[in-house]
Design a protein around this ligand. Sequence first.
Ligand code: HEC
Length: 146
Amino acid sequence: MTGPRQPRPAPWSRGLFLREGAAALALTAFVVVTGGVRADDAADRGRAVYDRCLACHAVAHDRVGPRHCGIKGRRAGGLPGFEYSDAMRAAGFTWNRRTLDRFLADPLEVVPGTTMTYDGIKDGQERRDLVAYLLSLPPCGEPRGR
Ligand code: HEC
């Protein structure tokens, strides 16, 4: 009457599978969470580095230099109404992590003829933090910044 019994999985294999699944999930959550926290930390530290730029720049309005709101994805020299040098207008960059990092390392070398007479941020970590901060700035017109 009774057919052959289905072999039951070894009791430990299911538990092991669940444990592995849970570990993978926990790891994913950990990476997502700490990744997010780390980006925010960098932008926070970068905000302090940005103090060195305040002599000439502000986030929300033009000073000697152009405002930095909405810089992510903007063409270099592309803010309407700001009097850029011909050199900056002709630079041909779009501002992103890589171009900002290069420019800020040595502005006068990267855009010869720029009117940004500033020696640059030589420390790589400070520069990465500063760039994270710049890229975190909201589009112009949104109330935030200084
Ligand atoms: C001595 C004044 C001065 C200081 C200090 C200065 N800048 Fe500038 N910055 C300028 C000027 C002027 C321009 C426009 C340059 C041009 O047209 O060639 C400019 C342009 C820029 C641009 C290009 C913006 C665009 O719209 O294309 C970026 C990015 C920038 N500055 C970032 C910074 C950062 C970040 C700091 C601080 C580490 C800084 N600058 C410090 C004067 C300054």
